[in-house]
Design a protein. Structure first.
Length: 177
């Protein structure tokens, strides 16, 4: 092969196309992750939103860097616990991917099955800003951001008065106002 990259690609293709004792191909974590992102995300799937695919792709990056070249079946519970301890929010996505690998008959068990990824308290304990604090932020934006100041000030005021999330404000149209 002309380059190391071409050699690695050929090796990966050979691994995935080689049958095991049970007649199933051997999948690497990276190969299954690529397939999972394509087949389980998009229209007519259980994860149809494009932003879900973007989120999950980002959540898989650290796991793929650490374990991408390994065989899918070689990832064990210790690997799962270590990863979940370091990246709890990312572990939920990896856990879902492994569940789908079981559903696709690529694995016998999910190494993340017994790993608790936990959930944070969410927004429950956030103390909202007062209207005076919101107005002060808007004024600071107008004073410090030059040309963009009035735009950010309006953005801050809309958030403060409506309680919408940033994505919801960005999707607003004139008809919504």
């Amino acid at each position: 092969f002309a380059t190391r990259k071409e050699a690695k690609q050929a090796e990966a293709e050979a691994i995935i196309n080689r049958a095991t004792r049970r007649g199933r191909p051997v999948w690497t974590v990276e190969q299954f992750a690529a397939r999972w992102l394509e087949r389980y995300h998009g229209p007519n799937t259980k994860r149809p939103e494009p932003k879900t695919k973007t989120h999950n792709k980002d959540a898989l990056k650290a796991f793929l860097q650490a374990h991408g070249a390994r065989k899918l079946r070689d990832v064990d519970s210790a690997d799962a616990r270590d990863f979940a301890a370091e990246f709890p929010w990312r572990a939920r996505t990896v856990k879902a991917m492994f569940e789908d690998a079981i559903r696709d008959n690529k694995l016998e068990y999910n190494p993340f099955a017994t790993v608790s990824t936990g959930r944070g308290p969410g927004r429950r304990y956030i103390t909202p800003l007062t209207m005076a604090e919101i107005e002060r932020l808007a004024v600071i934006a107008e004073e410090t951001l030059g040309f963009y100041g009035p735009h950010f000030a309006a953005f801050i005021r809309v958030h403060g008065w409506t309680g919408m999330r940033p994505g919801e404000v960005c999707r607003m149209e004139w008809a919504d106002v």
